[in-house]
Design a protein around this ligand. Structure first.
Ligand SMILES: NC(=O)C1=CN([C@@H]2O[C@H](COP(=O)(O)OP(=O)(O)OC[C@H]3O[C@@H](n4cnc5c(N)ncnc54)[C@H](OP(=O)(O)O)[C@@H]3O)[C@@H](O)[C@H]2O)[C@@H](O)CC1
Ligand SMILES: [K+]
Length: 503
């Protein structure tokens, strides 16, 4: 699925109107019908009284058409039009005209009229502003938005919560706090970033039949992963293969007190298909690996220089570095050693990224197409502080292009920026994964997939998607509160199976 800017979606509307052809008013009707159908399917229509707040653009036109369609369900519908003194868009006017003969009460919110009380039984529909927002909301509109926000009533926003910029930061300006946003045809970036979570609530994308041919000539701002995309990347594990065929991974993770991170990453690596794994383990922890994960070989390291311990890295297909590593000088020496001797794509996470942040020259030494997996704070340490989520997305993409690396910016919608300039938001996963250790598992999985032979971009897309799917599978069994990183590892196998058998 594509993620488009407000301007691109508006161009898609125009393209559809011209090429199908379909009248603009009929497209609006389709949009309104899609909203009401969704409300019907989700049993919202029968239970409520509706207050529909409308602006005078086409978003307001949607609201008026929704009012007309909802009144058929014999529930009280009140429409509140935010008066601006302008006539309103032609489709707004036509829908207002269509409403006049129906039993819908229409109120006009004038400059000085009091704002309406919202009784408990009311479901609010917000159709004040959509993609036509062209400046931050202020004045009387801001007062109306704050007024609606102060009530605990559920709010369904049409297309976008009013006041939300589709493709730039809205903070600190006022915006409707929607419970659900019914947005048309595709995601807009603003519905994917955490700084807006309070504004959009649960985003739902409704197909309104915009003409798919538009996408042939449109470079989307971003894209979204999904099951079919991940499935298309999967490679069968061929018969007549042996462990040497599936790559030997090296893992540098863990430090005294944080060896759990190394164990998690190691298990996840092997569960993701790597043929062989060797883990670099501090001498002090020599007993841990043979018992915790006997499938991994170990190289013990002490205070000697890394080159005295591991001079030849050529047998390894890839290296995963960082989970639980710590930032002590010994870790820095190892990171430096591996970056200067290993030139194939590797995975860098956690303390490897923090060490890079303290010496950004090391960034230049990262092998091309390596995968970096920062969470937002680690990213900011590496890049410099970003003042909002949009700035961070752009910075991640810039970093990917400039350093020819893949940046996996972790979050609810993990963002995967590619060296060629394309970027994906991931769609799998849930809040059960917001726990220590999840990131270590991802590092292990990505390392495993690289070792297994997946090309780095494919490994990143597949790995992030599978990681999320494994979290979903674990939470189906255990509930969102109780999933541990180990449970995600246990669900990697079922995630492969679910993906393989999906349509
Ligand atoms: N056929 C189609 O294209 C389809 C479109 N569809 C729907 O149309 C929506 C886009 O409609 P749109 O383009 O009319 O813009 P919309 O969001 O209603 O706002 C424009 C109005 O707001 C005003 N305004 C702007 N900023 C403001 C502010 N800060 N504070 C106050 N006012 C502000 C601006 O007035 P201005 O003051 O700038 O003159 C103008 O009057 C889209 O989101 C979807 O819902 C669907 O039906 C599918 C088919
Ligand atoms: K809206």
């Amino acid at each position: 699925m594509v993620v488009l800017s407000a301007e691109q979606v508006r161009a898609w509307d125009r393209f559809t109107i011209e090429k199908q052809p379909i009248a603009s008013i009929d497209l609006m009707e389709k949009a309104a019908m899609a909203c009401v159908q969704w409300m019907e399917t989700n049993r919202i229509v029968n239970q409520q009284q509706f207050y529909i707040f409308c602006g005078k653009g086409n978003n307001g036109g949607d609201g008026l058409a929704i009012a007309r369609l909802l009144q058929k369900f014999n529930r009280p519908v009140d429409v509140f039009i935010f008066e601006t003194g302008q006539l309103g868009s032609p489709d707004f006017q036509q829908n207002l005209h269509r409403l006049h003969t129906l039993p819908v009460t229409i109120h006009f919110i004038q400059e000085n009229s009091p704002l309406p009380d919202i009784p408990e039984s009311v479901l609010v529909i917000d159709a004040l502003l959509g993609t036509g927002l062209n400046r931050p909301v202020e004045g009387r509109m801001a007062a109306l938005i704050s007024h609606i926000n102060q009530y605990p009533n559920a709010v369904i926003s049409i297309d976008l919560p009013s006041g939300l910029f589709a493709d730039q930061s809205t903070l600190p300006h006022p915006c409707i706090h929607a419970s659900i946003t019914l947005s048309f045809q595709c995601f807009k970036p603003a519905l994917l970033v955490s700084e807006n979570a309070l504004f959009f609530g649960i985003p739902v994308i409704l197909d309104i039949g915009l003409d798919q041919r538009f996408l042939n000539s449109c470079t989307p701002l971003y894209e979204m992963t999904d099951g079919p995309l991940a499935k298309a990347i999967l490679q069968p594990r061929l018969a007549f293969s042996h462990k040497g065929k599936f790559g030997h991974a090296l893992l540098l993770a863990g430090s005294p007190g944080k060896m759990g991170a190394a164990v998690l990453a190691a298990k996840a690596c092997l569960r993701s298909g790597a043929g062989l794994l060797t883990t670099l383990v501090p001498e002090l922890e020599r007993m841990l690996f043979p018992t915790a994960i006997p499938e991994s070989m170990s190289i013990l390291y002490d205070n000697r220089k890394p080159e005295e311990i591991l001079s030849d890295t050529s047998i390894y297909k890839t290296i995963g570095i960082g989970p639980g590593l710590g930032q002590q000088p010994q870790s820095r020496d190892w990171l430096h050693h591996l970056l200067t001797h290993f030139r194939k794509p590797m995975v860098l996470d956690a303390d490897a990224l923090n060490l890079l942040a303290s010496d950004v020259r090391l960034l230049e030494g990262i092998p091309p197409f390596s995968i970096l997996t920062p969470h937002p704070k680690e990213f900011d340490r590496l890049n410099g502080t970003c003042s909002n989520d949009f700035e961070r997305l752009e910075a991640a993409l810039r970093m990917a292009i400039q350093h020819q690396v893949i940046v996996v910016l972790k979050g609810h919608r993990t963002f995967i920026a590619m060296p060629g300039g394309r970027a994906w938001f991931n769609t799998s996963g849930n809040a059960s994964m917001a726990k220590g250790g999840s990131g270590d598992v991802l590092t292990g999985m990505l390392t495993g997939l690289l070792a297994r032979g997946y090309a780095p971009e494919q490994a990143a897309l597949l790995g992030v998607y599978l990681h999320g799917l494994a979290g979903e599978i674990a939470s189906r069994k255990l509930g969102k509160e109780s999933v541990l990183a180990s449970d995600i590892i246990d669900s990697i196998g079922p995630a492969f199976l679910e993906l393989e058998s999906s349509n």
